[in-house]
Design a protein around this ligand. Structure first.
Ligand code: DAH
Length: 344
């Protein structure tokens, strides 16, 4: 029996040296220290042994049990440490690798173009200001020489907030021009302002029209401002935005709040003047309305038209963005499609 115990111990210790991971160690434990192991059954059978034998065999078997448990604990610890080392080794950090790039946010293309348009004018001495989108009839129409029932109201399909038809009725501004009046009412000349912002029209939506779009309005009032200043300022603007080689054209046009009124067009960005579908075969693309501020408008704002003169202009931002970036549908700007927006 004692010999059997010696062999058992020797076999257990020998086998322990062959266990290389925690899984093998567990089956070793079951085999040598588990309920069904030889050692356990010897310990259970002690009672049936003769007195003298029971003492020596019992002492030996218990000593082996204790020492195997100690070996087990030690081995367990060293294997755990090893597996930790290994996993550290395998998942080691390479601190020389470049970091993961963070995704950048970006400004909406219209926001970017508004900023660029305003900065061109800011460089020419204009201040940037914003105004209310819900306007009074007076500012949007009346003060701009477009009284009740004037046919020019047909130029602007209006979204009304109030149903009353007087100068106090509220509407969604159809253009940024009402800010000309607010500025001239509030400040004394000289004035040089650009006003970017949203405008609204009661219109069906298609590839070139939306019911909401942006404009940038401009106003310059001083003692010696002439049509020449207007042309020089706007030509310089066009060349900054569309490139220095761009051909720019000035022609007469009608707007009730300016006299004379005009329009500025650039050579077609697509056909370079040859005539194509984008420019309806004319070779030119109209990009803004302008004119010398009407004396009646100045007088209405308390500015003496015999002393002061000035020019105003208004442009549609989406139209400019479409031409600059070759976008073929205005609705893309507001459909929140990342595939589109990420390009800017
Ligand atoms: N407000 C006009 C429009 O929306 C554009 C415009 C024309 C603005 C002439 C002006 C101007 O300041 O002088 O169609």
């Amino acid at each position: 029996m004692e010999q059997e115990l010696d062999q058992l111990e020797a076999a257990a210790l020998e086998e322990l040296t062959q266990t290389h991971d925690l899984l093998q160690l567990e089956s070793w434990r079951v085999r040598y220290l588990g309920k069904k192991s030889a050692l356990t059954s010897i310990l259970r059978g002690l009672a049936s042994l003769a007195d003298g034998k029971r003492k020596t065999v019992g002492a030996r078997a218990n000593a082996i049990k204790t020492s195997l448990h100690a070996e087990l604990a030690e081995k367990k610890q060293s294997l755990s440490l090893r597996s930790l080392d290994e996993s550290l080794e395998n998942s080691s950090l390479d601190v020389t690798l470049p970091g993961r790039p963070l995704p950048y946010g970006r400004l909406h293309p219209i926001t970017q173009d508004i900023a660029e348009i305003c900065s061109v004018f800011a460089d020419m001495g204009f201040q940037v200001l914003e105004g209310p989108e819900v306007e009074r009839d007076y500012y949007n129409f009346e003060a701009l020489n477009i009284p009740q029932n004037h046919p020019a109201r047909d130029m602007f399909a209006t979204l009304w907030v109030d149903s009353r038809d007087d100068s106090n009725a509220r509407l969604l501004r159809t253009h940024t021009s009402p800010m000309q009046i607010r500025l001239m009412e509030q400040q004394k000349p000289p004035l040089r302002f650009v006003v970017p912002g949203r405008t609204y029209r009661y219109e069906a939506t298609d590839a070139t029209h939306d019911w909401m779009f942006h404009q940038v309005e401009g106003l310059a009032i001083d003692t010696d401002i002439t049509l020449r200043d207007l042309k020089e300022t706007l030509f310089e603007f066009c060349k900054n935005i569309f490139g220095r080689d761009t051909q720019v054209r000035f022609r007469c046009d009608y707007f009730p709040f300016v006299e004379p009124g005009g329009e500025v067009a650039i050579e077609c960005v697509k056909c370079k003047g040859a005539g194509c579908r984008l420019c309806s075969g004319t070779g030119w693309l109209e990009i803004l309305g302008t004119g010398m501020v009407h004396p009646d408008v100045l007088a209405r704002c308390g500015i003496d038209p015999t002393v002061y003169s000035g020019f105003a202009f208004g442009m549609g931002v989406e139209r400019i963005s479409i031409l600059r970036h070759g976008v073929d549908d205005i609705r893309l700007f507001y459909s929140n499609d990342f595939r589109f927006l990420r390009q800017f």
